[in-house]
Design a protein around this ligand. Structure first.
Ligand SMILES: *Cc1c(COP(=O)(O)O)cnc(C)c1O
Length: 564
């Protein structure tokens, strides 16, 4: 039976697979996981994003840790199909042709979710117009606003051209796609009618995640072709703020964890902010070695993540054996990509995420000699992450980690490897192959975080600040799925981030709890691994998408959807 799409999901980045480099980090990976679960759950949805000719970038590292960026060469014609439509958007009074490529996500029952990837590198466009879809997150405001016009306005037009006439909900995943509301307004000519059709998810309280454009630029780019007179009422007095535009026109707005929805509610007191906690796509993120074991131990796990509630019945020896096997695969990869000599017997701590200031990648290096003494002969570290090409702070952080790596080796023979080009494949190997997953962002800046959920899916224990998803994960597991860093959310002044105090807590917990448990109480460790695995029934995108379907997308509940 053909299912007619009712929902259109717009996202600046979607991580479909590692060969399609149209994502930079958590937002895109989450969008990919969301759509994969939609395909499995037969949700009537289609998605819109951009096809970037040079992707995000390939990361190389100089000997001192200097990040070197290379364009990604990929031929999207070989992995995507051409859609038979071309539309026009108007930029600076000139028509820009926009065409679309299609990638179909096929769910486990065969349901298909088409993803339209828009592109302007086509004959008939001028050179500067062809460049609009060259790279993801181009840093100049002009390029950014043009990309967002292509996504929001071009996207709605492409769906019309493809005759998707039954779409009742347009979902702006983050504010980048909010221009879709202006295109809807042009058709419907009524604010309330647009509101009935629009849904918005905000993903970060960090200012850099909220695009703002000067009205001078806005008027120059739009040349009044579409910009309504009341734009300042919709999108902000002084600057056009994409988040405000999305908020103004949405019937339903949500943050991505319980804590984040509270934080966002404080930021936007005039709107009701709901909370739908993120998840990850279970089948995608469970390592194949565990998947083999679960085929017999937990049949039906691929369709029903709630079976992991019975993780306490799993065989402890098997869990440990499989984990060691994945760990040795990670360490093999590490040895072939780094000079640092790793050791299978050592407690291995991983940290991989976008390198940006609030994530505090170097917090654990705060007192490097103390770390060296604690870790000597007992722990090793594997790090990776890209920083945005224009983020000088991020680039300095990577260099500092390189320096620390040399220092720890020279003085303590402690290994800290920094691996290049973090992508979804390496992310999957790392979150499954380390023993402990470290996460220490500044509190209440990490809206959710999803890499820690991938770790939990593979029995890897989280060592994390109580922020985002881990506030919930820590509570649900009764503190067993890992260890916390720093204060609990209800403690006074928890939002004041004291690096010194947090680093101190890291050293103490590492020395007094994590290291002794790992080496002296292996049974306790494995019990904790099972408690981590028991988080899967909640922190998966099947549960998350089921919540979106009923709360945000106004779909009638279906038996196959999962609730907890
Ligand atoms: C899961 C994932 C992320 C998100 O990680 P966070 O810890 O939530 O920032 C980023 N990048 C890649 C490649 C991922 O797989």
């Amino acid at each position: 039976m053909k299912i007619v799409p009712k929902i259109a999901y717009f996202s600046m980045e979607i991580g479909l697979n590692a060969d399609i480099p149209t994502y930079s980090g958590g937002l895109g990976v989450l969008a990919g996981d969301t759509l994969k679960s939609c395909a499995d759950l037969e949700i009537p949805i289609i998605a819109v994003t951009l096809a970037y000719n040079s992707g995000y970038f390939y990361q190389m590292l100089g000997h001192d840790g200097t990040q070197i960026e290379r364009d990604v060469r990929w031929d999207f014609g070989s992995v995507l199909d051409k859609a038979p439509v071309t539309v026009k958007v108007n930029i600076q009074g000139k028509d820009v042709l926009v065409d679309a490529w299609v990638y179909e996500i096929i769910g486990h029952t065969g349901h298909r979710v088409p993803v339209y990837l828009l592109n302007t590198d086509i004959e008939g466009n001028e050179e500067w117009q062809k460049n609009f879809t060259r790279v993801l997150y181009d840093a100049t405001p002009f390029q950014r606003i043009c990309q967002e016009i292509i996504l929001g306005i071009g996207g709605v037009k492409i769906l019309k051209a493809m005759k998707y006439n039954d779409i009742h909900t347009f979902h702006s995943n983050e504010g980048h796609a909010a221009f879709l509301t202006l295109e809807l307004l042009r058709d419907l000519k009524d604010v309330d009618e647009v509101r009935k059709r629009t849904v918005f998810t905000t993903h970060t309280p960090v200012p850099a995640g909220h695009d703002r454009f000067d009205y001078g630029l806005v008027y120059d780019v739009f040349r009044n072709s579409l910009i309504p007179e009341e734009i300042k009422k919709y999108a902000g007095k002084d600057q056009l703020n994409m988040t405000h535009l999305a908020l103004y026109f949405s019937r339903y707005i949500n943050g991505v964890s319980k804590k984040h929805s509270e934080v966002a509610q404080k930021m936007y007191p005039n709107y009701k902010i709901h909370g739908i906690t993120n998840g990850v796509h279970t089948v995608r993120w469970i390592h194949p070695e565990f998947a083999d074991y679960y085929r017999e131990a937990l049949p039906n796990w691929k369709h029903d993540p709630s079976v992991f509630d019975r993780a306490y019945l799993l065989d402890s020896n098997e869990i440990w054996r499989i984990h060691q096997k994945i760990k040795s695969k990670l360490l093999d990869y590490e040895k072939s990509h780094s000079w640092v000599l790793s050791d299978q017997k050592l407690l291995t701590i991983g940290f991989a995420r976008r390198v940006t200031k609030y994530k505090r990648a170097t917090l654990i290096l705060n007192d490097i000699d103390r770390l060296g003494k604690i870790a000597k002969g007992r722990a090793q570290f594997i790090w990776c992450g890209k920083t945005h090409p224009r983020d000088q702070d991020g680039k300095n952080i990577i260099k500092h980690i390189f320096w620390a790596s040399q220092y720890l080796w020279d003085n303590y023979r402690v290994g800290l490897a920094f691996l290049g080009n973090y992508d979804m494949d390496l992310g999957a190997l790392m979150t499954a192959g380390v023993d402990v997953w470290l996460n220490n962002p500044m509190r209440y800046m990490e809206a959710s975080g999803t890499s820690g959920m991938k770790a939990a899916h593979n029995g890897v224990l989280n060592f994390s600040v109580l922020d985002g998803w881990f506030i919930e994960g820590y509570a649900i597991s009764g503190g067993m799925a890992g260890w916390k860093i720093g204060p609990k959310p209800n403690e006074p002044n928890a939002e004041i981030n004291n690096d010194e105090a947090d680093a101190n807590d890291i050293y103490e917990t590492l020395e007094d709890e994590i290291i002794p448990t790992y080496y002296n109480k292996q049974n306790d460790w494995i019990e904790r691994m099972k408690q981590a695995i028991r988080l899967i029934p909640y922190f998966n995108t099947h549960r998350m998408v089921s919540e979106y379907a009923t709360q945000a997308w106004n779909l009638k509940p279906q038996p196959r959807w999962t609730t907890v």
